[in-house]
Design a protein around this ligand. Structure first.
Ligand SMILES: Cc1cc2nc3c(=O)[nH]c(=O)nc-3n(C[C@H](O)[C@H](O)[C@H](O)COP(=O)(O)OP(=O)(O)OC[C@H]3O[C@@H](n4cnc5c(N)ncnc54)[C@H](O)[C@@H]3O)c2cc1C
Ligand code: SF4
Ligand code: SF4
Length: 762
């Protein structure tokens, strides 16, 4: 089981490879009540947004009835980190009359202080004015810092530099004891504003601690006529190598075989510098040791170790979350897979066994278990479900997986139909769930629509109203309208009324082939092969003609202009993912392996096509009769129940909402193939383009529900199309980018495609 758990964990944790953050609740409160996390550490990618979090968190704290400390030696707020967010929080605290102290482990605004000399600091995003009293406008770093020093002095803030915190303890009275490098403090609440960019990643090789091995490049022009080794493959490393190469002999050491994450401009400059022999680029190579003014580099390409002269080395391989530090304070990180898969699986099975007894199967079987009363089954189910929930609350993530599985296995396993329910609901589940004389399928649709509505309104607020983003407002209005009108009101009510009151004409209304198949009205919007039964099961010819038109004419025309936007604007399956699944969108599987798995929906599409053809031809070709029945049943069981229902919805809280759409939906694949063909033949009007302002904050990649590494496209300014990605056109990457880097192509349909501009001017 250990190996199975390891494999499961690798899948569930794939989103962590991009970026990790502390697990936060509303108002940026961490798992420790009274400890808040703001700024870069909480995902605010630029100074303005970090400042806004500092301001907002203090408004929240100040509004609490116990905002003020009880004891005279206790601070109301302890702020850790004197960066943009921490300083703005301290200014807001002062304004609210809260007694605050700021502890800074290094220099005042250390991250910005460490920017290269003369760096221009951008004040993006343009649309939002800065919140709070800290000044921000586009400026040279030196000017910005001078203004900040002045503001801090004028406001008399208590900022203590060179004093990092060492430990944090929550006391019985819910206040905190904070031990720093210089002393001990008591505070009512703690705000962590420690950033993460100031925590450079290390290689971990011998000699890295020597004073000529740096993890930042501050003043490149101070180095002249020296042997320099730069390690890294990102923009910082390439820019450093380019600047240093003007006056030095530079080797750029990259452990990969290309530079996939650098700006287009940097790539061109690097190419020129290599051609001019100004930089020696060592690909597939790794530093093994820094010795006495030399570096030992292993080149994987030819398995050789070379020793090169090295007066200075710059290891510029990014920054990382200070996991050890955060853990030592007791903070939980998002998507931590702790617990036991085997225990959760056993508890889930026993809960289901309890339900089996509750359903009366122990007695009906006439077996040795006949003595087990139904109430005992109910008791066992409640007890073991309770155990899963308690373990989950204690941090066992596999237990929550078990709870989620139980919930959606029940919902879909019962919906299969009376008498066909999955174990342990066989012969009793459907009846038990058919409340008020309406079948479970009806209540399922009600539940689905209500869930989408409740979570859809939250998502509408998050992406549309709060950001004043018209594109997202229209998208969520569209998703909710399609669900309510076409996937609820028409099939459940309006179709029947159309028959009863003959809105469809007397002939159709009295035709049992049409009138008796209300469920086919789902096919008004759901196209084959998502609506698998379009062309068989005795359809009225109206449905066949509409099905052909929808699947093979309307959808392909729509795809020409809008790619796969059907998935993020129209479809009910995609709709549930974009609403109920929205809060977990950052957990979507990431990385090249996760993209490779997308072959699966080609298999489902092929299976749908083969079974459909077999079923249509079976009357004429007798030998197809048995295989077609088997194919139909198998496809129904796997695709219609497990792949579209139980598995993806169970996985929403763990892998985001788009597992079905990305990996298994045959219609998504069909649209993808069409869109890819359009792109390759140059007729597609769908793409996302980027300008050159990306600051590598990763917000776009983090929030892409289909796991696309949007940032790497943005850096290279390479358009995102359906030839190079499975983009569904939700536009969240565009909305979330703080630098307005991304926008939909240059197509001239106002309000729908120019959303980069719409969002910027909203
Ligand atoms: C190269 C580069 C260029 C950038 N350019 C821009 C730009 O042009 N415009 C823009 O808006 N953004 C830019 N950014 C992003 C910007 O720097 C961050 O968004 C911003 O600094 C985040 O502010 P913060 O307060 O959350 O964290 P930080 O500014 O990182 O501040 C955190 C502070 O906490 C301190 N600290 C850490 N650990 C402890 C501890 N244990 N105890 C006490 N103190 C601690 C650190 O020393 C630091 O001073 C850039 C970032 C980089 C790396
Ligand atoms: S790339 Fe952007 S528009 Fe496309 S699916 Fe991802 S977040 Fe949505
Ligand atoms: S394109 Fe992506 S990584 Fe670049 S600034 Fe925008 S959101 Fe951040």
């Amino acid at each position: 089981m250990n190996k199975v758990q390891q494999k499961a964990e690798a899948i569930f944790s794939s989103s962590n490879m991009l970026q990790r953050r502390p697990a936060l609740k509303a108002h940026n409160e961490s798992n420790i009540p009274g400890v808040y996390v703001i700024g870069d550490l909480a995902g605010a990618p630029v100074i303005k947004l970090a400042m806004a979090q500092g301001f907002d968190v203090i408004q929240h704290i100040a509004a609490k009835p116990d905002a003020k400390a009880d004891q005279p030696n206790e601070y109301d707020v302890m702020i850790v980190g004197a960066g943009a967010s921490g300083l703005n929080a301290a200014l807001a605290a002062k304004e609210k009359g809260l007694r605050a102290v700021v502890l800074e482990k290094s220099k005042f605004a250390n991250t910005i202080e460490d920017f290269p000399e003369g760096k221009w600091v951008y004040a993006e995003p343009d649309a939002a004015p800065p919140k709070g009293k800290l000044w921000l406008d586009g400026a040279r770093k030196e000017d910005l810092l001078a203004r900040w020093h002045q503001i801090v002095t004028e406001n008399g803030l208590d900022v203590r530099t060179q004093e990092g915190i060492k430990s944090l303890e929550r006391l019985k009275d819910r206040s905190f004891r904070v031990v720093s490098e210089k002393g001990e403090y008591h505070a009512r609440r703690v705000v962590l504003a420690t950033g993460q960019r100031g925590n450079p990643r290390h290689l971990g090789v011998p000699g890295e601690e020597q004073e000529w091995v740096y993890h930042r490049l501050y003043s490149p022009r101070h180095y002249k006529d020296e042997d320099v080794v730069v390690v890294g493959a990102g923009n910082s490393a390439v820019e450093a190598a380019l600047t240093l190469s003007e006056q030095n002999r530079v080797r750029l050491c990259n452990r990969g075989d290309e530079f996939p994450l650098i700006f287009k401009g940097n790539a061109e400059k690097l190419k020129r510098a290599v051609a001019d022999k100004k930089i020696d680029v060592m690909l597939k190579s790794q530093v093994r040791e820094f010795g006495d003014k030399r570096a030992v580099i292993e080149s994987d390409g030819n398995k050789q170790q070379v020793t090169v002269p090295c007066d200075h080395a710059f290891v510029l391989i990014g920054a990382e979350l200070p996991v050890k530090f955060l853990k030592s304070l007791g903070l939980k990180l998002e998507n931590e897979w702790t617990g036991s898969l085997a225990r959760a699986a056993a508890l889930t099975l026993i809960t289901l066994a309890g339900l089996w007894i509750l359903g009366g199967h122990a007695q009906a079987a006439g077996s040795n278990l006949g003595f087990l009363p139904r109430w005992l089954g109910a008791l066992a189910a409640v007890a073991f479900l309770g155990a899963l929930i308690v373990l989950g609350q204690r941090g066992d993530r596999y237990s929550w997986l078990g709870v989620s599985f139980l919930a959606f296995y029940t919902v879909y396993g019962v919906k299969v139909g009376s008498g066909n329910e999955f174990w342990p609901y066989r012969d009793w589940g459907y009846k038990a769930f058919s409340f008020f004389n309406r079948p479970w399928s009806f209540w399922y649709t009600v539940l689905y629509t209500l869930t989408m509505t409740v979570f859809g309104i939250q998502a509408l607020k998050r992406w549309g109203l709060d950001r004043r983003d018209k594109f997202q407002i229209w998208r969520y209005v569209s998703l909710l309208s399609f669900q309510w009108i076409f996937f609820f009101l028409i099939p459940e009510f309006l179709f029947q009324w159309a028959i009863k009151y003959q809105w469809v004409g007397a002939r159709l209304a009295s035709d049992p082939q049409f009138a008796g198949q209300a469920w086919r009205s789902y096919g008004i919007i759901y196209a084959w092969p998502l609506f698998f039964y379009t062309f068989f099961g005795d359809p009225h010819k109206i449905w066949v003609i509409w099905g052909l038109l929808l699947s093979f004419v309307i959808i392909p025309i729509f795809v020409l202009w809008h790619g796969k936007r059907y998935c993020s604007w129209i479809c009910g399956c995609g709709g549930l993912a974009e609403t109920f699944g929205d809060r977990w969108r950052h957990l979507a599987p990431k990385g090249p392996t996760s993209v490779k798995w997308e072959w699966m929906n080609l298999v489902v599409l092929a299976a749908a096509a083969v079974v459909t053809v077999m079923v249509i031809l079976r009357d004429g070709l007798g030998f197809l009769r048995h295989p077609s029945v088997w194919g139909l049943e198998t496809y129904h069981l796997f695709a219609d129940v497990w792949l579209v229902g139980i598995l993806p919805v169970t996985l929403y809280p763990f892998l985001g909402g788009k597992i079905w759409c990305r990996y298994w939906c045959p219609l998504a694949k069909l649209m993808h193939l069409i869109s890819k063909l359009y792109t390759k033949t140059g007729v597609s009007r769908y793409r996302i383009v980027s300008n050159d302002k990306c600051i590598t904050c990763m917000e776009c990649s983090r929030n892409c529900l289909v796991g696309i590494d949007v940032m790497s496209f943005a850096l290279k300014q390479e358009p995102i199309t359906n030839a190079n990605s499975s983009c569904i056109g939700c536009g969240v990457c565009v909305s979330v980018c703080p630098m307005d880097v991304l926008s939909f192509g240059t197509l001239n349909v106002p309000g729908l495609v120019q959303i980069g501009n719409v969002a910027a001017h909203a």
